[in-house]
Design a protein around this ligand. Structure first.
Ligand SMILES: [Zn+2]
Length: 423
């Protein structure tokens, strides 16, 4: 998809009529900017499985799974989901890589550096210049949004010729916002719509995600999700409760730590990646006073042993990432049968490349009671109206959806106009 506005060319090279793998190039007389350079997991799954793994980053590029972003030297990443961040390994020395919060990026990328599979290509080579997005170069204004990865940004770009808003991925509400406004506001800067209201920004072209326009199952509303979590904690009061969570989803973690505290349970972290991210978030935002971890290569919290958990399961909540929970269950299955598992899946398969059916089979085999709760990182289709009323774009380009034309029909009905593809 290519669209010209004045002397500015907008090229949606990946992420049009597909979910994930965004790669957007904005070209004007002074600048060529890249917004996101994600992995296309829908293509990834065509070529790889457990037996066949990527042999190099260039192979991924050859197969059209990652974009040729090494042809560009100014790259902006909206958030750290892999369908936006992508594989950084092929970037040239001297590339200016703008990331959402440099500290978070460094924490996030660290484990990939030591990875012994293809995910090691996710980390950038030495010599790539990693810059915090808020350092605001080339006239790109980052505006924070809510999403299931933290932090996440939309980009507002005004080159004097055209004013573009690239939405990244966003939702309008979240479990944390519903549960604890104060904590929510501590974590978030002003978000997109508030910024628009305050700054009175004008927009010619809106490039907006539409993930939930092609999603078959509507995800849970935040208040309903919160009610479910509360019910689980209330009624499994005597059992161990385990939660599998994405380490980059700060809001979900903060919300569940809140619930754990209310119910008098102490969080226990398991799995290196989660231990590191959780420790980073907890100290940055002061999320809990007390937490433990299981023994691990990295030690961030006081260590607790499994015997203690077995003695008083009702006092703890185990936070872990997916594979880990199954290992834990395999070791202790006889003792913790009948425990409750809250498995949080935030994104659609096309975004994360994960298949959850194997896990589900394990949970069943291990005798766990599973609650798979899906809360979306994306706005609901009916919320598009509110977004458009704030942004008032002259033209809209729907991306990150399998149904751009359906979106356009709806956008027209709301009194706005979709951009026509260049002939
Ligand atoms: Zn995302």
């Amino acid at each position: 998809m290519e669209y010209k506005y004045g002397n500015t060319l907008i090229r949606i090279k990946q992420g049009y009529r597909e979910i994930g793998g965004n790669f957007i190039i904005i070209e004007d007389k002074d600048n060529t900017l890249v917004f996101d350079q994600g992995i296309r997991f829908s293509r990834f799954k065509k070529y790889y499985n457990v037996n066949i793994q990527p042999s190099s980053a260039s192979e991924l590029r050859r197969l059209g799974i990652i974009p040729p972003s090494d042809e560009f030297n100014k790259i902006y990443i909206s958030h750290l989901h892999l369908d936006h961040l992508g594989v950084l390994h092929l970037l040239n020395v001297g590339t200016l890589l703008h990331v959402p919060d440099k500290d978070t990026f460094n924490q996030f990328i660290e484990p990939y550096k030591e990875s012994d599979n293809w995910t090691t290509y996710i980390s950038p080579p030495l010599g790539v210049n990693v810059i915090d997005i808020r350092d605001n170069q080339d006239g790109v204004l980052p505006l924070q949004v809510e999403h299931s990865a933290y932090p996440a940004y939309s980009f507002y770009y005004n080159n004097g010729d055209v004013r573009i808003l690239y939405s990244g991925d966003l939702r309008l509400s979240s479990p944390l916002k519903v549960a604890d406004q104060e904590l929510h506001d501590r974590i978030h800067e002003k978000t997109l719509l508030e910024e628009y209201e305050e700054r009175g920004l004008d927009t010619d072209v809106l490039i907006i995600e539409g993930t939930n326009f092609s999603s078959a199952i509507s995800p849970l509303q935040p208040h309903y999700f919160n009610e479910q979590v509360n019910n689980i904690f209330e009624n499994h009061g005597n059992s161990l409760i385990m939660v599998s969570i994405d380490p980059i989803d700060l809001e979900e973690l903060a919300y569940l730590l809140l619930v754990a505290k209310e119910k008098g349970r102490i969080p226990v972290f398991s799995g290196r990646r989660l231990i590191k991210m959780a420790s980073f978030w907890i100290s940055k935002f002061n999320l809990t006073d007390k937490a433990y971890q299981f023994d691990d290569k990295s030690i961030e919290f006081e260590i607790i042993d499994e015997e203690e958990i077995i003695r008083s399961p009702q006092d703890y909540v185990i936070f872990t990432v997916k594979g880990n929970l199954i290992d834990f269950g395999r070791r202790l299955s006889e003792i913790i049968k009948g425990s409750a598992v809250i498995s949080l899946s935030t994104e659609s398969k096309a975004e994360s490349g994960e298949d959850e059916s194997v896990e589900d089979n394990w949970y069943k085999a291990l005798g766990f009671i599973i609650y798979r709760l899906r809360i979306s990182g994306h706005y609901y289709p009916y919320e598009l109206r509110t977004i458009l009323e704030y942004i008032k774009p002259k033209k809209v380009i729907p991306i990150h959806t399998e149904a751009p034309l359906t979106m356009c029909e709806y956008i027209n009905k709301l009194g706005y106009s979709c951009a026509e593809n260049l002939p």
